[in-house]
Design a protein around this ligand. Structure first.
Ligand SMILES: C=C(OP(=O)(O)O)C(=O)O
Ligand SMILES: [Mg+2]
Length: 554
């Protein structure tokens, strides 16, 4: 039997399915206890503390960013308001599991009512609730296998950052999720780990645990109980493809020698090392949020300076494009109290938050300027979520006042693409964030699997906006996930992109795809793709002008 979703991280994965279930049965309504109230309250408190302790221990084991995330979840489990509510309900006669269920449900309703980021935290709360109830009722705890005998295919409705933070590439052969889209964080994380992944796959959670699954992260096909021949064939094809891609070396360029520097998207020191090992020619998107995530206060100036300096030292003679803090919406920060907004993706995020907290921007720009002093690489600084030339000027002035001379903006809001000519008069370069550009162009939440068809960067309207952003006399990089698709990478170059930036895992295939085609072929593919009505046709037509892709198996 086969299922089909959207392939978002290429490669072939094969192994037994592990279905991540977090559904613990709801304790019966009105259930009561027999002993003393005090004892029942003790039982509830002990279970809450044990879950908090367990989350904290997993955090310590994971370290880094995951540690911060899991520790924040541990804090939620011992939230004083929740504990008081549980105890009150027990005083009213409810058994501990039911009291936990009702107290968490009340909190959950408040969060979902708030929507946006807070609404998304409801899933974290459900996870904690289920763990506590499982402990109280003796149900098995939801969680991932520890030290599995062979790598497994992780199947889930969706994966929270806390689920994936602890995963190791050694243990996971592939990901299949029912929800999520090509630019959701599950997809970005899978690509960063180099693990094949299929998202937006209807029926995925119906896969029985233990059944062998073959995941094709390129085509989006998920085969259940494939024959040995089928697995061997898929593996051979993947190996042949890896060999063809691996044979192409050197800097990014088309077959006729048009240089297209291939840069890396990185969100932390580990990814930096990996990108350099994969032959990145520099850093095209340094996501600084990782320094700020789940912290009560902004990192100290010296900690920021050191992190930026490390990136500059990793690419001697090259360039590093650092994006200033992109907080808000899908990247919330605890220390910047975001207002409760019905649509956080349309609210105060990215550069807009700096308007409200100029001291945070100033501290970051100062740390960047300090890091750049005497550094062996060139530092470029850019702002996310810029909508107007006026905003771009405000940011550029602030950067230049700090001595940062190369200033750019991300083009990820349609208005910025429409007015790229004016923006070009204000900044030194553009970087196209196709993930958000698609989200805002098609009014399709990048986190929602149900609208992932509209999130497709092959949509001709998105290609139009890319074309409008090019040709204004300023370099145009692409750092959205579109640049990681080998065929689309050729089209982006044909539209006028001057550099491409992507996760380390995609560099080889994009390098090989560019080397197999001339600039004129890329232009022709781009022109014909734009002329189509649907994303599927744009992709298909572009491929007919890029004959070298088939030989590479991409
Ligand atoms: C590169 C982008 O930024 P992020 O995915 O971090 O929002 C984008 O929006 O395309
Ligand atoms: Mg973005």
């Amino acid at each position: 039997m086969n299922l089909r979703g959207v392939g978002v991280s290429p490669g072939i994965g094969h192994g037994p399915a592990y279905v991540l279930t977090v559904s613990v049965p709801e304790p019966p309504e009105g259930s009561t206890y027999t002993g003393e109230a005090e004892q029942e309250k003790e039982r509830a408190s002990a279970a809450l503390s044990q879950v908090a302790g367990d989350l904290e221990a997993r955090g310590n084991q994971a370290g880094g960013e995951a540690e911060e995330i899991l520790k924040a979840q541990a804090l939620m489990a011992e939230d004083p308001g929740l504990v008081v509510k549980v105890r009150t309900l027990i005083d009213r006669g409810l058994a501990a599991p039911r009291a936990v269920f009702e107290a968490f449900t009340k909190y959950r309703d408040v969060l979902t009512g708030a929507g946006g980021y807070l609404g998304e935290r409801a899933a974290d709360l459900d996870d904690i609730r289920d763990r506590v109830i499982a402990l109280l009722t003796g149900h098995p705890l939801p969680g991932l296998p520890v030290a599995p005998e062979e790598p497994y295919v992780l199947v889930a409705a969706d994966l929270a950052p806390a689920d994936t933070a602890l995963l190791s590439r050694r243990d996971v052969a592939g990901f299949v999720t029912e929800q999520g889209g090509p630019t959701s964080h599950t997809a970005i994380m899978a690509r960063a780990m180099g693990v094949p992944a299929v998202v937006a796959c209807p029926g995925a959670t119906g896969i029985p645990g233990g059944v062998r699954v073959l995941v094709d992260g390129t085509t989006g096909e998920v085969s259940l109980e494939p024959s040995d021949d089928h697995v061997a064939e898929a593996r051979d094809a993947a190996a042949a493809k890896r060999a063809a891609i691996g044979a192409v070396k050197g800097p990014g360029r088309t077959a006729d020698g048009h240089a297209v520097p291939l840069l890396a998207n990185v969100a932390g020191p580990d990814e930096l090392a990996e990108a350099m090992a994969a032959g990145a020619e520099g850093v095209g998107l340094y996501r600084t949020e990782f320094l700020f995530l789940d912290r009560a206060e902004a990192p100290a100036a010296e900690e920021q300076r050191r992190a930026y300096r490390a990136a500059l030292e990793a690419v001697p003679g090259g360039t590093v494009v650092v994006r200033t803090l992109d907080a808000g919406a899908d990247k919330p920060l605890r220390f910047l109290p975001a207002p409760a907004e019905p649509n956080p993706a349309l609210g105060e995020r990215g550069l807009r938050l700096f308007r409200r907290f100029p001291e945070v921007m100033d501290a970051q720009l100062r740390a960047l300027a300090d890091a750049a002093e005497g550094a062996p690489a060139e530092l470029l600084v850019m702002a996310p979520m810029v909508a107007t030339a006026e905003e771009a000027r405000w940011f550029a002035d602030a950067c230049r006042a700090r001595g940062l001379s190369k200033v750019g903006v991300m083009i990820e809001v349609p208005s910025a693409a429409l007015r790229a000519g004016q923006l070009a008069g204000v900044v030194d370069f553009f970087s196209l964030g196709t993930n958000d550009l698609a989200q805002y162009t098609f009014a399709a939440d990048r986190q929602l699997g149900t609208v992932s068809g509209l999130q497709d960067p092959w949509q001709p309207a998105l290609l139009d906006l890319v074309a409008m952003s090019c040709g204004h006399g300023k370099p145009v990089g692409v750092c959205g996930e579109a640049a990681a698709d080998p065929a689309l990478a050729c089209v982006l170059v044909g539209l006028g992109a001057t550099t491409l930036s992507m996760g380390a895992g995609a560099l080889g295939a994009v390098r090989a795809a560019l080397a197999a085609h001339t600039l004129e072929q890329c232009r022709l593919a781009a022109r014909n793709a734009r002329a189509q009505v649907t994303a599927a046709n744009a992709r298909a037509v572009a491929r007919t002008h890029l004959p070298g892709l088939a030989a590479l198996g991409v």
